[in-house]
Design a protein around this ligand. Structure first.
Ligand SMILES: [Zn+2]
Length: 282
């Protein structure tokens, strides 16, 4: 699926806007965040407003619940004490305080992190903050904590920037027309809608601009949580080695071509200051 809806190239800093709001809230973690070196990304797609965020999040909760139930029935859901799950949850705890500045709704999200036993190299964060990693991505790529944080930051960024919401608005829209879509939604047929989009959430393929957006926003979130920005580059080098654009799961939807790595290399220096300051606070 290609995205022809370009995000604004205006270097709007959502962070700066978010920072002012957060400064008012005086959350310790955010209040300490300096205004420097943040990545420049455009506004989130206006198309997403055609699909109610709450409906997408409800659909995600259902879909996530089904996925976990399926894994549990096969004995593939990691128990609470699994060391890799404990490690992932520790990473999430460090990243989450830096998320709401990208999307106000995230303050109310009930974040969840689970680990599923599977050889697939895969990880995702569904709308509303429902995260899952497959053991394959940790084991086959031998991810360090910094690299795992980059994967998680990237996936969180897809949710925070509501890429699924705009993808679904677009895919529904191409079938029935956007004005009709909003009428349908206004008429209260949201139950059908949730059932319909729920299954799409796990198979969505984002556009290249969504991917770049998630790379950069994720990079900044991870840097603010004191994860080494250089790990974004080594992560994608490992991905490239593991099969580039081929194979199932993450690699098929996340081509790790040279463009991606160059783009990250260019942005690493922009968040180094944030990383160093976050490190000094730890
Ligand atoms: Zn992605």
């Amino acid at each position: 699926m290609l995205c022809d809806l370009k995000t604004s190239s205006r270097p709007v800093s959502l962070y700066r806007r978010g920072f002012l709001a957060a400064a008012g809230a005086a959350t310790a973690a955010l209040a300490a965040g300096p205004v420097l070196g943040q990545v420049a990304v455009g506004d989130a797609s206006p198309l997403r407003s055609l699909v109610p965020a709450r409906e997408i999040e409800n659909a995600a909760v259902q879909q996530y619940g089904q996925l976990l139930a399926g894994a549990r029935s096969k004995g593939a859901l990691a128990p609470e004490t699994h060391p890799q799950l404990v490690r992932l949850r520790t990473i999430a705890q460090r990243l989450i305080p830096h998320c709401a500045q990208w999307n106000d709704r995230a303050r109310q999200w009930r974040w969840e992190v689970n680990l599923i036993g599977s050889k697939n190299i895969n990880a995702f964060c569904m709308p509303g903050g429902k995260i899952a990693f497959f053991t394959g991505i940790l084991d086959q790529l031998q991810l360090t904590d910094d690299e795992a944080a980059m994967v998680m930051g990237h996936e969180m960024a897809h949710a925070l920037r509501e890429h699924a919401r705009s993808r679904i608005a677009k895919s529904q829209g191409t079938g029935i027309g956007l004005s009709v879509l909003s009428q349908v939604l206004g008429l209260g047929r949201l139950g059908d809608f949730a059932a319909n989009v729920g299954t799409q959430l796990l198979t969505l393929k984002y556009s290249r601009s969504d991917e770049t957006d998630a790379d950069l926003v994720g990079l900044e979130i991870a840097a603010r949580a004191a994860y080494n920005p250089e790990a974004s580059v080594t992560l994608w080098q490992k991905m490239a080695k593991a099969g580039g654009g081929k194979g199932p799961g993450f690699l098929s939807t996340h081509p790790s071509g040279p463009d991606r790595i160059v783009q990250l290399q260019r942005n690493v220096p922009k968040v180094q200051g944030l990383y160093r300051q976050a490190l000094a606070r730890r």
